[in-house]
Ligand binder design. Structure first.
Ligand code: ATP
Ligand code: MG
Length: 388
């Protein structure tokens, strides 16, 4: 279902202009992320879609129909809504929470609970959590239940207001991966709100950057917004390392991969004054053997220096640069889809590729923020970064 904001304005009763002439279209089956500083009107914009807030000007259209002409209760049953801290009903079990909207829509209790059980699985939760109460779940599990509840009536549209802000960064990354995966499978039209530009570029097919006063500063693909910020506000907001973030969208097709000296775990390595990559019987990297280090007998894990992130061949350049910069040997380990070592890359090689595509990256800051958030068109790309 397509969502269209047409000159939408919201002025609250006290005169505050929360949203000013917002016009943009969220195409059917895609995810748009609203991002911007606190108070810029993200929540207000989102709530005008399901009429929790009524615009004072302009209109919101769903597949061309003004939401104002829909019955609010009916409208909301077709729109899943997920908020921070999940907003679960504390006195209902997990299954009871998820079954809420189907029950309101007149499903029998039995079919609503069966559907709820299926959805637990969809969001990656074990069936036995179904009988627990929200307080008996972790924050990440609660957010998953919140997503399951929003999906229960199979609405074509999902509105998500900072759903992952209250969970820690590692759990958040897992939830983001799952949302991307759900989106690929279910093809909902999603509006997602966050303050976090990394989350925005990772999740969004399109990103809408809003500024205080409720004005749309820029609307485009993540790559557009990172590479071609329209003004200083957007440039500042997406950050000085935007060139580095932009690497996520640059394919590493012609990246040069070098051979690397290796030492097998369990073997008796000779002394050497260069870094050697320790590998197991399947050629998977286990860590590094430092130059000049002596091994007492056979090479074991205790002899090794822990490695940096691994770079999966064929994925985005950002992962390659992360691997090179995080490696104790300054050599990023390249692995194939089975995790076996292919070779190594240096940061220099990555920069060479970037220099051959001068137009595609606006700046190349070396100050790597180490949370790899690669999103590429390549379906094999992994965003969880395994470690050597
Ligand atoms: N019910 C209300 N009455 C009056 N003003 C409001 C109301 N709700 C929001 N506002 C104001 O409208 C502006 C936009 O608020 P909104 O909640 O949409 O921002 P936001 O971008 O979601 O912020 P945050 O990131 O902090 O959640 C703010 O200045 C806010 O104070
Ligand atoms: Mg908000």
């Amino acid at each position: 279902m397509t969502i269209e904001f047409r000159g939408v304005t919201k002025r609250y009763e006290d005169g505050a202009l929360a949203v000013d002439e917002l016009s943009l279209t969220v195409p059917d089956g895609s995810m748009t992320v609203f991002v911007g500083p606190s108070g810029c009107g993200k929540t207000t914009s989102l709530r005008m879609v399901n009429r929790m807030v009524e615009p004072t000007g302009g209109e919101v259209l769903l597949d061309g129909r003004n939401v104002r002409d829909a019955d609010p209760a009916e409208l909301r049953r077709g729109i899943g809504y997920v908020i921070q801290h999940a907003g679960l009903f504390p006195h209902r079990t997990v299954l009871g929470n998820i079954a809420t909207v189907p029950m309101l829509s007149g499903w029998s209790r039995r079919s609503a609970r069966r559907r709820a059980g299926e959805l637990l699985d969809t969001v990656g939760l074990p069936a036995e959590l179904g009988s627990r109460y929200p307080a008996q779940l972790s924050g990440g599990q609660q957010q998953r239940v919140g997503v399951a509840r929003a999906l229960a009536a199979d609405p074509p549209v999902l509105l998500m207001d900072e759903p992952f802000s209250a969970v820690d960064p590692v759990v958040r990354e897992g939830l983001q991966d799952e949302l991307l995966d759900l989106q690929r499978r279910l093809g909902k039209t999603i509006v997602f709100v966050t303050h976090d530009i990394d989350e925005a570029v990772r999740l969004g097919d399109r990103v809408a950057v809003l500024r205080v006063g409720g004005r749309l500063a820029q609307y485009g693909t993540p790559a557009d917004v990172l590479r071609h910020p329209v003004d200083d506000f957007v440039a500042e907001f997406v950050g000085k390392d935007r060139g580095y973030r932009g690497l996520s969208f640059l394919s590493a097709g012609d990246l040069e991969v070098d051979d690397v000296a290796t030492a097998a775990i369990g073997s008796v390595p000779e002394d050497s004054d260069e870094w050697r990559l320790a590998i197991d019987a399947e050629r998977r990297p286990r860590g590094w053997l430092a130059p000049g280090s002596t091994v007492d007998g056979r090479l074991a894990e205790v002899d090794l220096v822990a490695g940096g992130s691994l770079y999966r061949r064929g994925t985005s350049l950002r992962g390659a640069l992360d691997a090179a910069l995080s490696s104790p040997a300054s050599l990023g380990v390249v692995v194939d889809d089975d995790g076996a070592t292919v070779g190594v890359v240096t940061a220099r090689h990555v920069l060479d590729v970037i220099e051959r595509h001068p137009a595609s990256v606006t700046a190349t800051s070396g100050t790597a923020n180490t949370t790899a958030t690669s999103r590429t068109a390549n379906p094999t790309a992994t965003s969880r970064t395994p470690r050597a």
